[in-house]
Write a protein that binds this ligand. Structure first.
Ligand code: MD6
Ligand code: FE
Length: 151
């Protein structure tokens, strides 16, 4: 059967979000308008750890807007440590007595935006052997963390 040529039918391009539109305003975590352009992958062995740090390498406007870093954890679980909300870039890390801990499991997603954007945080330790078997990682002590960033 025929069909009518279809000039003008159906096909419309959907524009993707553009940088700079609506960043950082919506939502408690500051995730509105998030359009990441960098992903950093960190790999940890069972002895891996990451000291307390701020993520401050993105542009000043991105930091000022509280544009989030979004992190995905895969493989072995870890104990993630984070300090109180911090307004400034730089300065000393908080003492561990002021920090909180959360265990991150494979598949967990963390959004660090808005007032949380400059919090000091790190990885205290990886739980040996805890990666789900179905991932078929070469070593179940392996942890991968992906952080998506908008420069
Ligand atoms: C990690 N993550 O989970 C290290 N940074 O291995 C980070 O340093 C991090 O998870 C900023 C925002 C979310 C994070
Ligand atoms: Fe970080």
């Amino acid at each position: 059967g025929g069909g009518g040529g279809g000039a003008g039918d159906g096909e419309e391009e959907v524009e993707e979000g553009e940088e700079g539109e609506g960043q950082g305003e919506e939502g408690a975590a500051g995730a509105g308008g998030f359009v990441p352009d960098i992903v950093i992958v960190n790999e940890y062995s069972k002895a891996g750890a990451l000291g307390l740090h701020q993520d401050k390498d993105e542009s000043a406007p991105s930091l000022a807007a509280g544009t989030p870093v979004v992190s995905v954890s895969l493989g072995a679980a870890c104990d993630f440590v984070f300090g109180p909300p911090t307004a400034e870039v730089g300065g000393p890390p908080p003492p561990l007595s002021q920090c909180q801990f959360v265990r991150l499991y494979s598949g967990d997603l963390l959004v660090f935006g808005g007032a949380s954007r400059l919090m000091f945080h790190g990885v205290k330790g990886v739980l040996a052997g805890s990666a789900p078997k179905y991932l078929r990682l070469p070593d179940r002590g392996l942890r991968l963390n992906l952080t998506f960033r908008q420069f």
